[in-house]
Design a protein around this ligand. Structure first.
Ligand code: IPM
Ligand code: MG
Length: 360
């Protein structure tokens, strides 16, 4: 039985970058023998516009049936006035939580061809290859109780809850340790154990699970220091594991080390290999509809899908090499543009990857 893929374009630049990923998918299926059944669903603002919900029942059903999901981006300023439960982001958070996609892999790799695009000196970032493993279905993003209440004084108070159970910490620890085993075997767990009890438990469980992985060198770092170290000397890290909100923040910083957030893919996995794959960047409404967006993070998300859910490491590597070849040839979308580059539209970049994929 072929695997089932659900495509969710979403909002803003989502449909444009997905169009390029679809071209790549076509080549993989038609020319390179990838067997895959493809469905399409609505998510985010687009889903709200069509059905009144950012995560319609139909999409959830298709998502449950699928082995993998490929998602563009969600969000847009036209939805900001909506009650929280109807906002596009809820669609994304709902999928993560309904599907139990607790392990979020966010690689930050600096392509040597793009060293000049980083705001940091080449010596600091060249050769950068780190992986952030972010816990994705727990922590303060989902903790109860939460809300805004009115105190007896009449003043309003907003509150959220940061909680982690041992079992939640243990499974993300194993996920990160497994990944460290396939890399340089160094894992840095980032927390705020000098202030938070949750982090104290996090540190304890990390340390104890790591005893099952004697070859992995485990270290711990406070999140404020980690933020500083990421921009001071990012190459000291191999794999970083951290809680949901810390990971949200640190992964944006890590992405920017590589020159553009438009280059970085991500995978969100459950315990059984099912995954949702999406670029780290958002829906970029400011450039939507103008063929200016960089489709490479979207295309590289497809490469992660090949590797982690479909077990097609060779095809994944081939697709990643094609992206490298396109950069070698000098093609650049505006976000990574430097001197002597060939400025490409979203469509041209996608076409260049397709051509490279056919000829590698
Ligand atoms: C991310 C995004 C999301 C998050 C938003 C869109 C809800 O910033 O994937 O990093 O905060 O997790
Ligand atoms: Mg984020």
């Amino acid at each position: 039985m072929p695997h089932k893929l659900l495509i969710l374009e979403g909002d803003g630049i989502g449909p444009e970058i997905m169009a390029e990923a679809r071209k790549v998918l076509e080549v993989l299926r038609r020319d390179l023998g990838l067997a895959l059944e493809v469905e399409q669903g609505l998510i985010g603002g687009a889903a709200y516009d069509a059905t009144g919900s950012p995560l319609p029942e139909q999409t959830l059903r298709l998502a449950r049936e699928a082995d993998a999901l490929l998602l563009g981006a969600v969000g847009g300023s036209q939805y900001e006035h909506l009650p929280r439960e109807l906002r596009p982001e809820r669609g994304l958070l709902g999928l993560r939580s309904e599907l139990g996609l607790f392990s979020n892999l966010r690689p930050a790799i600096l392509y040597p061809q793009l060293a000049a695009a980083s705001t940091l000196r080449p010596a600091v970032v060249s050769g950068l290859d780190l992986m952030i493993v972010r816990e994705l279905t727990g922590g303060i993003y989902f903790g109860q109780p939460r809300g805004i209440r009115t105190l007896s004084t009449g003043e309003r108070e907003g509150y959220n809850t940061l909680v982690y159970r041992e079992s939640e910490i243990e499974r993300i620890a194993r996920s990160a340790l497994d990944i460290a085993m396939k890399r340089d075997r160094r894992l840095c767990s980032v927390d705020k154990a000098n202030v938070l009890e949750v982090s104290e438990l996090w540190r304890e469980v990390m340390t104890s699970v790591a005893q099952d992985y004697p070859q992995v060198q485990l270290s711990h770092m406070y999140v404020d220091n980690a933020a500083m170290q990421l921009v001071r000397a990012p190459k000291q890290f191999d794999v970083v594991v951290t809680a949901n909100m810390f990971g949200d923040i640190l992964s944006d910083a890590a992405a920017m080390l590589t020159g553009s957030i438009g280059m970085l893919p991500s995978a969100s996995l459950d315990g059984a290999g099912k995954g949702m794959y999406e670029p780290i960047h958002g829906s970029a409404p400011d450039i939507a509809g103008r063929s200016r967006a960089n489709p490479l993070a979207m295309i590289l998300s497809l490469a992660m899908l090949l590797r982690y859910t479909l077990d097609q490491a060779d095809l994944a590597a081939r697709l990643e090499r094609s992206v490298g070849a396109v950069l070698d040839a000098g093609w650049r979308t505006q976000d990574i543009l430097s001197q002597r580059a060939r400025e490409a539209s979203t469509v041209q970049m996608g076409d260049a990857v397709v051509a490279a994929l056919r000829s590698t």
